[in-house]
Design a protein around this ligand. Structure first.
Ligand code: ADE
Length: 234
C-alpha cells in the first residue's frame, strides 16, 4: 500500500490505463475487462484490475491536472512496478481540422509548468510518447471510423486560462489540442524507463466554442479504451 493507492503489490498490472475521472475507470473496467476487481478507493480515486484478451490490466483514475496525475503515476511506477501507462481522456481541439469526437494520439506534450519542471532548471525538456505505443495506437485508431490526428498537444495547468496569447501561440505552432496531464506522464515515463502514451477524444473546441453532448462522450470514451488496450498489447 502507498499513501494514495490502497492496493497490495501484486494487485496492479504492468499495464495501466489512466482516465482522469475515477468513474470512467469504473465504467471502463466493468465494460471492457473480465473479472474486474476494485483495487483502490482511497479518496474515491477508483482503480480496478482485470483482464483483457488474457492480459492483466489495471485502470486507475489519475484525477485532473499534472499534480494529481504525478501522485498516481509516481506510485504506480515506483511502488507497484507499472511499465506501460496510457492516459485516456478528453481534450480541447485547437486546429480547424480537428473536429469534435476526433481522436488525438499525442506524440509530444508541451507544457509551461509541470511538477517536474524545477528539476530541469533552464532546460526545456521535450516530453514525448513511446514510439511503439504511438504507432500501435495510430493503427488501432485508423482501423475505426474515427478522425485521427497525430502530433503535439499542450498540457496546461489552468483549465480557465485567461492568457489568450498563449493559446494563440500554441495554435500557431501546430498544437492539436489542450489537456492537463500528458506532459508529466511522459516525463515520468522517461525518468523511469517506462512506456507512456496519451489517447484523447476532442470534447470541446477552443476555436469554435463547440462542446460534445454528454451522450456522445461515452461512445468516444469506449473507442479510446479499445484503442489503448489494442496498442498496449500489439
Ligand atoms: N480537457 C478537455 N477540454 C479541455 C480544455 N478545453 N482545456 C483543458 N483541458 C481540457
Amino acid at each position: 500500500m502507498t499513501i494514495h493507492i490502497g492496493a497490495q503489490k501484486g494487485d496492479i498490472a504492468e499495464t495501466v490505463l489512466m482516465p482522469g475521472d475515477p468513474y470512467r475507470a469504473k465504467w471502463a473496467a466493468e465494460t471492457f475487462l473480465q473479472d474486474a476487481q476494485l483495487i483502490n478507493e482511497v479518496r474515491g480515486m477508483l482503480g480496478y484490475t482485470g483482464s483483457w484478451n488474457g492480459h492483466k490490466v489495471t485502470i486507475q483514475g489519475s484525477g485532473m491536472g499534472m499534480p494529481s496525475l504525478s501522485i498516481y503515476a509516481n506510485e504506480l511506477i515506483r511502488d507497484f512496478g507499472a511499465k506501460t501507462l496510457i492516459r485516456i481522456g478528453s481534450c480541447g481541439g485547437m486546429q480547424p481540422q480537428v473536429k469534435l469526437r476526433d481522436v488525438i494520439v499525442a506524440m509530444t506534450a508541451t507544457t509551461l509548468a509541470s511538477p517536474s519542471q524545477s528539476i530541469f532548471k533552464e532546460v526545456n525538456f521535450a516530453p514525448s510518447a513511446d514510439w511503439s505505443l504511438l504507432q500501435a495506437a495510430v493503427t488501432a485508431a485508423q482501423s475505426r471510423d474515427i478522425g485521427t490526428h497525430v502530433g503535439g498537444i499542450y498540457s496546461s495547468d489552468t483549465f480557465y486560462d485567461e492568457r489568450p496569447d498563449l493559446n494563440e501561440q500554441m495554435v500557431r505552432h501546430g498544437i492539436l489540442g489542450v489537456e492537463m496531464e500528458a506532459a508529466e506522464l511522459y516525463t515520468l515515463a522517461a525518468r523511469y524507463q517506462c512506456r507512456a502514451l496519451a489517447v484523447l477524444t476532442v470534447s470541446d473546441h477552443l476555436g469554435t466554442g463547440e462542446t460534445l453532448p454528454s451522450d456522445q462522450r461515452e461512445r468516444s470514451f469506449g473507442d479510446m479504451v479499445e484503442i489503448a488496450l489494442e496498442a498496449a498489447f500489439a
